[in-house]
Design a protein around this ligand. Structure first.
Ligand SMILES: *Cc1c(COP(=O)(O)O)cnc(C)c1O
Length: 482
């Protein structure tokens, strides 16, 4: 059992010697000085501090330790060279209020990234401002709203399929739109008849993910875009699954008007506990003037922040996006070049390989060719008393991060598997074999499966209690006044 740093404290042990004469505290205003007793702070040597944090970090599961089949949150491998580039002094010591003249390099990088994302998405203009996918959606919906206001058509409805990520309806609702949900058909695709039934002159937009959250490419995407455009609506592309299509097709070819791209999913920048993300938004020509300001432009001589966009929705982020994320994504795009197309090919190949190997052991509710991910159901296992959550916990004892579970909502006991392009066949086979072993174990000894995890730092937790009454603080800390 790891002790807390407080429990490792020993009286009069120091990590560092502060020579009192070094600091003249007279210049610090008394109101900022605390009279609290500081002796409750842990006293630990430098070496022990290092060991303590190494021990904690060893408890973490990370991509450096094992495979992450983590659903549409593409937890791809993040090349370390990206980190080195983002840490260059010229980038990380910039101040956001610096004049354009003083940061031509950074502006050039942003301009070039906008251009690269234009090429990949097929869009005519791109803003780098939004800080995440959901923030991109919000930006997109604000643009939709302002666009219809500008042509005096206060359209109110945004159509969203039932397979959508929860952020889609949330973003549209935040902009005051009514959400019109449409059911997926038996193939897991948008039901064209259901779409036709809800399209009218109150339709502002449809929000679609393609490939959708089941990992399936919408076969009728061209018909869908025609129908929506004919009704006078706009098409919003949730680009979270861009990893499946890069260089093969793009949202513009499919008929979309607005796109967000999750740099932290497709372009290998870390996210979650690993750092902030970024959700640039691209638009077609007629929506250019609605983008948030400033956008980065080039006048042939100089890169500059352009503020005069006629119908801009204003700023969606203070200063300018998550710049270090932009550097990392740009490094990745340059490093891959035209091989970005192969990234998608391999991601799709790997997912199809795994799907075919697993489909005899787990229910595959939508049995068509998948894109970069596929969704199994744990319904067969549930009949034997082992639900999807238990399967996920069992996986952790085999040194695999669990996949996304219980999403998308339209699949019972969903297990969504996304291998990404960077894993070897050897590693994929290992995961497949463990999944097959678990399926067999469920048949032979379901109780045994339910006992796991046994090897993780935290064993079985009461999920409800953990969410409702999280116990995160060290008591000693709470009781003191600090
Ligand atoms: C991840 C995801 C989002 C939200 O993106 P964030 O960057 O996490 O805000 C939206 N839609 C889909 C389909 C996603 O997978």
């Amino acid at each position: 059992m790891t002790k807390l740093i407080f429990e490792k404290s020993e009286k009069n042990v120091n990590g560092v010697n502060l020579t009192i004469n070094d600091v003249n505290i007279d210049f610090i205003d008394k109101k900022y000085l605390s009279d609290n007793d500081c002796s409750i702070l842990p006293e630990v040597s430098e070496l022990e501090v290092m060991r303590h944090y190494k021990e904690l970090s060893d408890k973490n599961f990370c991509i450096e330790k094992g495979f992450y089949p983590l659903g549409s949150c593409t937890m791809k491998y993040n090349p370390k060279v990206n980190e080195m580039l983002a840490a260059l002094e010229g980038f990380c010591e910039l101040h956001p209020l610096q004049d354009d003249d003083d940061c031509q390099g950074a502006l050039k990088l942003m301009f070039n990234l906008q251009e690269a994302l234009k090429t990949i998405s097929g869009m005519d203009a791109v803003t780098l401002q939004p800080a995440a996918g959901a923030h991109g959606e919000l930006t997109g919906m604000m643009i939709v709203k302002k666009y219809f206001e500008s042509i005096n058509q206060p359209r109110k409805n945004v159509i969203i399929p039932d397979s959508a990520h929860g952020t889609n309806p949330a973003s549209a609702a935040m902009c005051g739109f009514n959400i019109v949900e449409i059911k997926s058909n038996e193939k897991g695709q948008v039901d064209i008849e259901a779409l036709k039934a809800v399209l009218d002159d109150n339709t502002a937009a449809i929000m679609l993910t393609n490939p959708n959250t089941l990992g399936l490419f919408e076969e009728n995407i061209l018909e869908i875009s025609k129908l929506v455009h004919n009704a006078g609506g706009l098409l919003y592309y949730d680009g979270a699954n861009m990893n499946a299509i890069m260089g093969h097709t793009n949202p513009k070819l499919m008929g979309f008007d607005i796109v967000h791209m999750n740099l932290h999913k497709t372009f290998s920048t870390p996210h979650g506990g690993g750092g902030p993300g970024a959700g640039p938004v691209g638009v077609v020509d007629k929506l250019k003037e609605f983008l948030p300001v400033p956008i980065v432009d080039f006048d042939g001589k100089k890169y500059y922040r352009k503020f005069d966009l006629k119908n801009s929705i204003g700023k969606v982020k203070a200063f300018y996006a998550n710049f270090s994320v932009l550097v990392k994504a740009y490094a990745y795009i340059l490093m891959m070049g035209s091989e970005l197309k192969d990234v998608s090919s391999y991601a799709v190949l790997n997912a199809n390989y795994m799907m075919h190997k697993l489909k005899d052991y787990y229910l595959l509710p939508y049995a068509s060719k998948c894109m970069h991910e596929f969704v199994l159901s744990g319904d067969w296992q549930k009949q034997d008393g082992v639900n999807t959550l238990a399967i996920a916990k069992r996986l952790m004892d085999s040194n695999f991060h669990p996949p996304t579970v219980y999403f998308p909502l339209i699949v019972h006991e969903a297990i969504m598997i996304e291998p990404t392009e960077s894993e070897s066949k050897h590693r994929l086979d290992e995961f497949i074999n463990v999944m097959i072993d678990i399926a067999k174990e469920v048949k032979s000894n379901p109780q045994e499966v339910l006992n796991h995890p046994l090897n993780t730092p935290v064993k079985k937790v009461d999920e409800t209690l953990a969410a409702r009454k999280p116990d995160l603080a060290y008591k000693f800390h709470i009781e003191s006044d600090i």
